[in-house]
Design a protein around this ligand. Structure first.
Ligand code: NOJ
Length: 529
């Protein structure tokens, strides 16, 4: 049995992703900022999260909204100043909230001084800091690799000045660093130390499988992907990164691994010298089907090393929001509530994405207002904090009249203030489940055991010492008896409902034999012998 006191904080935590442009605009320019995040720490503490991961706020030309960094150790004036960050960090820590930064090691901006120097001449001392190649004998790019962003096409861009191509796994404005060069390794490690010395609690690492390029074949991609990714030496690079982070106590690294084959995903966490946590996107890509969800979780649990730790997410700034993905209208709303129960009761560290707790949907952006190259504007729409009828058209996100992306036209109901006043809101449901996580060690540390259920239901037991919690989630749109009679009979007589995502069942004693779940209802039950 895991002993709570000896566990690192991040195993017990719930992490909340802040996309700074869209969180809270303190200076009225229509774009969120660091002072805005600081002003909402009270809300995050009230909600019950233990840590925030802040997407990049470093100096950047913003071709990829901050994922193109031109100075790793400075704050972009759009978001504030280094002092604003210091104050945010200190105040977050005072509120018991850990802070993770987004570290982007695979590439820099094409305006980063390193790249400017690299592209100056073929003999520049920084030439080899990036990946430069001659044209192929046929006259085109060195190989057929493509960018992760379909609209960017080839992963190679021709530089007419020095007459070579450079590699970019993402936009041409994001040239890939050459991690085979020890000078690059040292320089990037120094950027980690810079922020660790300032007291940040860890990093979300961007695009980790892309980091290594063991060879540049004329044709064919990295071992597990359609793109240059997941070459074996990425694990050596990761070991070096982990070593730096381990120089500091109680820090964590969580890596973005967009590979969908979970056999590859676990390699990033199964050795003790890689990532602490991995963002595994397999669950996020499942259709709304209890069997599919169960399959992904069972498989991941089976593949994971005994001392490795799971981590789950259903939303982030790159993917369509769950509240839209699973359907819309009343059914979508019920599903979003059920998804919250599943995410927050699985074994492992859950990551939430701002707005998820409000059931925020994708916000359509008209073509002329589109700003992202890869169609991700709808999930980046600003947080609605208060009803427009009270707070004006900026819905409490901004006092200016033009937020950088349109707000939801449902902001009158879908906003934090209105939902905080309504105990039946999805916001309160998230808060109730997060409170249950804090109250019940079985939810934080207990094992995961799938249980036999009706096929429309995803059910599992979380057990820690004497405590046994049963989660039953009905993914279907019909009422179901979740447990087969035989299973229900072997369960103890004393069973109480701690919470339901539906509206009918209230906490208290229940009879497992008689238990029925409403369409798309999930329940958290406590079993006693
Ligand atoms: C993953 C990030 O989450 C995404 O927003 C970004 O565009 C790419 N990596 C490139 O940094």
């Amino acid at each position: 049995m895991l002993d709570e006191g000896s566990q690192p904080w991040w195993k017990l935590a719930t992490v909340y992703q802040v996309y700074p442009r869209s969180f809270y605009d303190a200076d009225g320019d229509g774009i969120g900022d660091l002072r805005g995040i600081r002003s909402r720490l009270g809300y995050l503490a009230w909600l019950g999260v233990d840590a925030i991961w802040i997407s990049p706020f470093y100096r950047s030309p913003m071709a990829d909204f901050g994922y193109d960094i031109s100075d790793h150790t400075d704050v972009d004036p759009l978001f504030g100043t280094p002092d604003d960050f210091g104050e945010l960090l200190a105040e977050a820590h005072k509120s018991g909230i850990h802070v993770l930064l987004d570290w982007v090691p695979n590439h820099t901006s094409d305006r980063h001084p390193w790249f400017l120097e690299s592209r100056e001449s073929r003999t520049s001392s920084k030439r080899d800091w990036y990946i430069w190649r001659d044209r192929s004998p046929e006259g085109g790019p060195p190989n057929d690799w493509i960018s992760a962003f379909p609209r960017a096409g080839s992963a190679w861009t021709w530089d007419p000045h020095t007459e070579q191509y450079y590699l970019h796994s993402f936009l041409p404005q994001q040239p890939d660093l050459n991690w085979a060069n020890p000078e690059v390794v040292n320089a990037m490690h120094a950027t980690l130390r810079f922020w660790l010395d300032r007291g940040v609690d860890g990093f979300r690492i961007d695009a980790i499988p892309e980091l290594a390029k063991d060879s540049l074949p004329r044709s064919g991609r990295g071992p597990a992907e359609l793109r240059p990714a997941n070459w074996p030496s990425v694990h050596d690079l990761l070991r070096g990164i982990r070593k730096v982070v381990d120089e500091y106590p109680a820090r964590v690294i969580v890596g973005e691994v967009t590979i969908l084959d979970q056999r590859h995903v676990v390699t990033y966490v199964n050795s003790r010298d890689g990532l602490h946590l991995v963002h595994n996107f397999s669950l996020l890509h499942q259709p709304w089907d209890a069997r599919r969800f169960r399959h992904v979780v069972d498989e991941f649990e089976r593949l994971l090393a005994t001392d490795a730790w799971p981590c789950w997410l259903l939303n982030n700034h790159d993917n369509a929001r769950a509240a839209s993905r699973y359907g819309n209208g009343i059914r979508g709303a019920r599903r979003a509530r059920l998804a919250a129960l599943v995410l927050l009761t699985l074994r492992g560290t859950p990551f939430l994405y701002q707005g998820e707790e409000l059931g925020l949907e994708n916000v359509p952006v008209p073509r002329e207002a589109t700003v992202d190259v890869n169609g991700r504007d709808p999930q980046r729409s600003p947080m609605p904090w208060a009803p427009p009828s009270r707070a004006g058209p900026g819905a409490g996100f901004t006092s200016g009249h033009r937020p950088w992306l349109p707000l939801t036209d449902r902001a009158e109901e879908v906003n934090a203030a209105t939902q905080a006043d309504d105990p039946s809101s999805i916001l309160h449901l998230y808060r109730r489940i997060l409170t249950a996580r804090k109250r019940h060690p079985a939810l934080r540390l207990g094992g995961y055991e799938a249980v036999e259920t009706d096929e429309a239901v995803f059910g599992y037991l979380r057990r820690h010492g004497d405590e046994r919690l049963l989660v039953l989630s009905n993914f279907s749109d019909r009422e179901v008896r979740p447990l087969p009679t035989a299973t229900a009979r072997t369960r103890p007589a004393r069973c109480s409902l701690l919470l339901s995502t539906g509206t009918r069942q209230t906490p208290g004693k229940v009879d497992l034999m008689a238990l029925r779940l409403e369409p798309e209802e999930g329940v958290l039950l406590q079993l006693s012998p």
